[in-house]
Design a binder for this molecule. Structure first.
Ligand code: IPM
Ligand code: MG
Length: 368
């Protein structure tokens, strides 16, 4: 059988630095576990614009469609703020999501024991937190038509459209129910059915799919604003949250911050199965390109490393090895190894991006 294939798109800012640590882990799997990945690399975001005048070339898009999984670092930076909307770095990422049809975006928010003090919330509220937000990623207001800035009378009007079809809601609902069955069997769906027709339809379809196909899973519904409040008040009441593209963008940033460590959280964006049975997939850290610290060796590579672990789990059927990587990260944190973002008020000496990667490799070696 052919080796599993990966396309690495490290992107902008700290993307290449954190991805360098993932490459060490990929080499570790080759050397120590006999798993060889066929790795190719490409450009996305501002670096692609600089080289080719577009945030994603057709060739790179085509390559992304062929491989078993895409690993992405981060895109964007102040250098690109003034670019035309159509060539902004973010458009490269949105094109990948849309054309690969990555409708189900899994964003775990997990509080590592060693870091429970870092949250802005009380320790007892977040300690042991382990939830996943399933965000719809290819539709809704991010892509709905009509959109644009138009002239109406003597002023301009900015328009975006929230649009969801039943099948779009149904497929992301199914992915949330499937995930819940492997976890604590609870799904909470969030929308604004009190003010939006798309929210009414969302609630109805999620309920129908539940009743017909997943009656064993516990389902609740919340308005997204109340859901945001509950996420702050007592996040441990949730297991899996399923929500639309825009609410998912907001709620997942909030959930991430609960854990006190945006630099730690991975994500998986999954689509339909390909001919080989693997889902179309892109893995990326939740954090952005952090241009303020790019090139300083301060970035925390853990989110990117854990994103690779998600690839092992969801694309390559290597759940045990994914757990091995997760545990290696936990061990390193428990041992007190900290990048600059994880320095508490007590201070201490932070390790560099590369030293953190090396510590994870050492923990992986110890796991054999
Ligand atoms: C995210 C980001 C993106 C989004 C941006 C970079 C386009 O905020 O992945 O959450 O809005 O989806
Ligand atoms: Mg976001």
């Amino acid at each position: 059988m052919a080796n599993p294939s990966l396309l690495i798109l490290a992107g902008d800012g700290i993307g290449p630095e954190v991805m360098a640590e993932v490459k060490k882990i990929i080499s570790w799997f080759d050397a120590k576990r006999g798993v060889t990945f066929d790795v190719s690399e490409g450009l996305v975001g501002g670096c692609s614009y600089d080289a080719h005048g577009t945030p994603l070339t057709d060739e790179t898009m085509a390559r992304a469609q062929e491989v078993d999984a895409v690993l992405l670092g981060a895109v964007g930076g102040p250098k690109y703020d003034k670019l035309d909307f159509s060539v902004k770095p973010e458009r490269g990422l949105l094109r990948l999501r849309k054309e690969m049809d990555l409708f189900s975006n899994l964003r775990p928010a997990q509080c590592f024991d060693a870091l429970a003090d870092f949250s802005s919330l009380k320790k007892e509220v977040v300690a042991g937190l382990d939830i996943v937000i399933v965000r719809e990623l290819t539709s809704g207001v991010y892509f709905g038509e009509p959109r644009g800035i138009f002239v109406e009378g003597n002023e301009r009007v900015g328009i975006n459209t929230q649009r969801y079809t039943e099948s779009e809601i149904a497929r992301v609902a199914r992915s949330a129910f499937e995930l819940a069955r492997k976890r604590n069997n609870k799904v909470c769906s969030m929308e604004k059915a009190n003010v939006m027709e798309s929210g009414i339809l969302w609630r109805e379809v999620v309920q129908e799919i539940h009743d017909k196909e997943y009656p064993d899973v516990e389902l609740s519904h919340m308005y997204a604003d109340a859901g945001a409040m509950q996420l702050c008040r007592w996040p441990k009441q949730f297991d899996v949250i399923v929500t639309d593209n825009l609410f998912g963008d907001l709620l997942s940033d909030m959930a991430a911050m609960l854990t006190g460590s945006l630099g730690m959280l991975p994500s998986a964006s999954l689509g339909l199965p390909m001919a080989n049975g693997r889902p179309k997939a892109l893995y990326e850290p939740v954090h952005g390109s952090a241009p303020d610290i790019a090139g300083t060796g301060k970035a925390n590579p853990i989110a990117c490393i854990l994103s690779f672990a998600m690839a092992l789990r969801y694309s390559f059927g290597m759940g045990d090895d994914a757990t091995r990587v997760d545990k290696a990260v936990e061990k390193v944190l428990a041992d007190g190894v900290r990048t600059a973002d994880l320095m508490g008020p007590a201070g201490g000496t932070p390790v560099s991006t590369a030293q953190m990667g090396d510590a994870v490799i050492a923990a992986l070696n110890a796991s054999l």
